[in-house]
Structure formats: C-alpha cells, structure tokens
Design a protein around this ligand. Structure first.
Ligand code: SIN
Length: 302
C-alpha cells in the first residue's frame, strides 16, 4: 500500500512532516546543489530580527560528542532584506509552505517583524523564537518566564494573520508552565525544543572554546530530552506541537510523533549531511511499513 506521509498543522497541509529547523538551512539556497528541496514538508528559515545582525564573535561553533554547540547570536540580514531579497529568491525554487522564524529583543520588535512577514503569501506559519540562548537581552529571556512568554504571544497574535507557533526553550525547570502560558495567551501551536545551554573548555588554552563562553547544544545527544519535553507538553496542551531536537533518522521522526508531535524539524543533522532531510523522507515509507503504519497522521501519542 502507498504510504501517506501528509500531516496538517493548524489547517496548513504538508506533504510530509519533515521541516529543516531554523538556522540549519539558511534560506534553502545552499541545499539546491544536493537535491530538489520541494521534497520537504516545509522550511523554517533563519531567525529574523528587525535590523541586520552580525552575530557573536568567533569561535562560535564547538563540536561535542553526539552534537555541537553554537553561539551564532542571531546573525541575519534583517526583516526588510529578507522580504526584499531572500523570500523572492526562495519563491523561485521552493513551492511549499514556508515557516517564518522571528526573533527579537523587545515586544515591539517581534510585533514589527510579524506585521511584515504575515503579509508574505508563501509564509503560512509564524514561528516566534523566544528561546535563543545566545543573546543577552530578549531571546531566551522571554521564553523562560511564563508571563513574558504570554506577553509576546498576545502581542504577536494581535497583528498575525497566520498561525503563530511559539518556539520554546528547554532551559527551564518546567516547560509545561511556559507551554500552557502560550496556549492560554492564544498561541496556535508550539515548536520545541531549542538548544540546551552548554559549554566546552579548550584544555591547552585553558579558556572556553566559544568566544561567547556558552552556547546551545544540539544534535542526537539531546534527542531523549527533546522527546521527554514534547511528551510532557503534548500531554498538557491542546494545540499542535512541532517536535525537534536531535532528529536524524526516519525512526526518530516516528518516535517523536509517538511522543505527540504533529510534525518535526531536523536541525544539526543538516550540518553533518546536507542530504539528511532527503534521506529521512525517503526512509519514512519503509519504516512505516516495518511498523505497520499506513498514514503518519494516524500515529497516536503513546
Ligand atoms: C543563534 O543564532 O544564536 C541560534 C538561534 C537560536 O538558538 O535560537
């Protein structure tokens, strides 16, 4: 039997649940030499702020067992450039729904970016990043406090004409309280998890490897933590969750969906193998066959 990989997020139809995670896929262009990116379910583009940002000083990548640390610091060309240059270029080569990932340093900045990006036809979901661990003000500061998370959610919902998904941080004691605060404030969905705050030390130099000292840990090592948090959150809210954190195979996708996720994002795996998403999408029908699953959307939370 032909397998049905399609899923729906807040009324947005995706041919399959595999979405490259923001910050690991740019605006898609670098992946064009490797495969037709239209096989993806969607694409979450690099987190965009109101103004262009150069990001943090280097080094800002450190390799780890089972993953990596990044302290990029929201490098991006700014929302107006994204709308004028990146989205038209992406539109030429990608014909699927786009997820706009938005970051900010104040409520006003999030609102400004949402006002502009919600008007873009191909942007079908707004993913509000309140979980970047690499910037001092804003970012994770909003996502580690239920009141602040709710304030941002309410403010962006007032101007959004597309579904709003709040992207949550794992760097909290109780992610369920943040998830519930976003749901109560009107979020249409949630994305989780962002990276785990970590650190490495260069033994010879006796200094932190990262110029910013700490960074966000991603990769297969965080998969069990992400799975646990998705499971906890999907047991507590009634809005859809996009699960992410260390996914690198079709089996991981199915496991994340059994934890309650309606779709998944693949992040660090794209940096190890540019064809990671393609391989996962191609592997899914066989894994579904092995597990007796005909439609991914039939998967129930365990
Ligand atoms: C970064 O640009 O620092 C990474 C984005 C994030 O972790 O949210």
């Amino acid at each position: 039997m032909v397998k049905d990989l399609s899923v729906t997020l807040s009324g947005v139809h995706l041919d399959n649940p595999v979405i490259p995670a923001s910050g690991t896929y740019g605006f898609g262009q670098e992946f064009l030499p490797y495969y037709d990116i239209n096989i993806l379910g969607s694409l979450s583009f690099k987190g965009t702020t109101a103004e262009a940002r150069f990001g943090n000083p280097t080094p800002r990548i450190a390799e780890c067992h089972d993953g990596m640390l990044n302290s990029v610091g929201l490098q991006n060309p700014g929302v107006e450039h994204v709308i004028a240059e990146e989205l038209p270029a992406l539109r030429k080569v990608f014909h699927k729904p786009i997820i706009a990932n938005i970051s900010g340093f104040s409520v006003e900045e999030y609102v400004r970016c949402v006002e502009l990006l919600t008007r873009e036809e191909q942007v079908e979901i707004l993913e509000i990043n309140i979980s970047c661990p690499n910037v001092r003000h804003g970012g994770m500061a909003f996502g580690t406090n239920p009141e602040a998370a709710a304030d941002i959610t309410r403010a962006v919902k007032q101007v959004a004409t597309k579904p709003v998904y709040m992207k949550l941080s794992p760097n909290v004691t109780d992610i369920v309280s943040i998830a519930r605060a976003c749901e109560d404030a009107g979020a249409d969905g949630l994305s989780l998890i962002n990276t785990l705050l970590g650190m490495r030390i260069d033994l010879r130099r006796r200094r932190p490897v990262l110029a910013n000292v700490m960074g966000g840990y991603s990769g297969p090592g965080i998969f069990p933590v992400a799975l646990r948090m998705v499971y906890q959150v999907t047991g507590a809210v009634n809005i859809p969750v996009i699960g992410m954190g260390g996914i690198s195979s079709a089996r991981d996708v199915i496991e994340m969906m059994m934890a309650g996720a309606k779709a998944v994002q693949v992040g660090a795996a794209n940096l190890v193998d540019p064809c990671a998403c393609k391989k996962i999408i191609e592997e899914l029908p066989q894994e579904m066959e092995n597990l007796g699953i005909d439609r991914l959307s039939d998967i129930q939370r365990v």
